[in-house]
Design a protein around this ligand. Structure first.
Ligand SMILES: [Mg+2]
Ligand SMILES: [Zn+2]
Length: 226
């Protein structure tokens, strides 16, 4: 059986999203709290894999070499801070090229899964866009939408049922809670974790520590209290 992974979208999750694309390392700005979150995640046995659409390459705004160099610098900084990245997979194509790897298609996730022996069904994808949520669903892994980057504007009907959290730190919190859950099933909202059957856990009331992520479509996204 393959390993469980956390797939991370890059722009809007790890670093600030730029409407005009990240074209140089100078334009790459880590979001607050990301290093600490990645350090925390690195202590788990989950694979950590960056999955990113970089159509700026296909658009001729940045070369493939430069885009790879930016990813390399990102990984180095994360490692310096005590984090870990087990792989970076990038789609360089423009939307009109109709490739298989550009999210919302699941090609890049499948490539990564094959190369790194990942069990998609036990894996997560953290993204700030509907295309991330759709790619995760198409590949059979659990999407988590963050509200950093483009996240807030991407909340639509199609993101309903997908856990929604403020940022990567909260996503990591959710993921690690699911890992505990997988080891010892207990109270957590149905369907919030990979492989969990809706309605499977209906026993005790959720404790403070196992409060589920809020979901798109909840009455109030700003209020996580019950
Ligand atoms: Mg993004
Ligand atoms: Zn592609």
């Amino acid at each position: 059986m393959g390993k469980a992974a956390v797939f991370l979208d890059r722009d809007g999750v790890i670093n600030e999203n730029r409407p005009d694309y990240v074209k140089t390392w100078g334009e790459f700005v880590f979001l607050p709290g990301v290093m600490e979150s990645l350090r925390r995640l690195a202590q788990s046995d989950l694979l950590i894999v960056v999955i990113t659409n970089q159509s700026a390459i296909g658009r001729g705004l940045v070369s493939l070499e430069e885009a790879k160099a930016i990813n390399h610098c990102m990984v180095e900084e994360i490692e310096w801070a005590g984090g870990r990245v087990d792989g970076v997979f990038m789609c360089p194509h423009r939307p009109d090229e109709g490739c298989d790897c550009r999210k919302p298609r699941p090609g890049l996730l499948r490539q990564a899964a094959e190369k790194l022996d990942v069990d998609l069904k036990r894996s997560f994808l953290v993204g700030d866009a509907l295309s991330d949520v759709e790619a995760a669903r198409a590949a059979g892994c659990q999407p988590i939408l963050v509200l950093t980057g483009r996240g807030r504007e991407q909340l639509t009907q199609q993101t309903q049922g997908c856990p929604v959290v403020p940022d990567l730190a909260a996503a990591v919190e959710h993921i690690l809670r699911c890992q505990v859950q997988a080891a010892a099933p207990g109270p957590l909202s149905p369907g919030a974790c990979p492989g969990q059957q809706p309605g499977a856990h209906t026993g005790r009331a959720a404790s403070e520590a196992s409060r589920p992520a809020m979901r798109a479509g909840d009455a109030s996204l700003a209020d996580t209290r019950r």
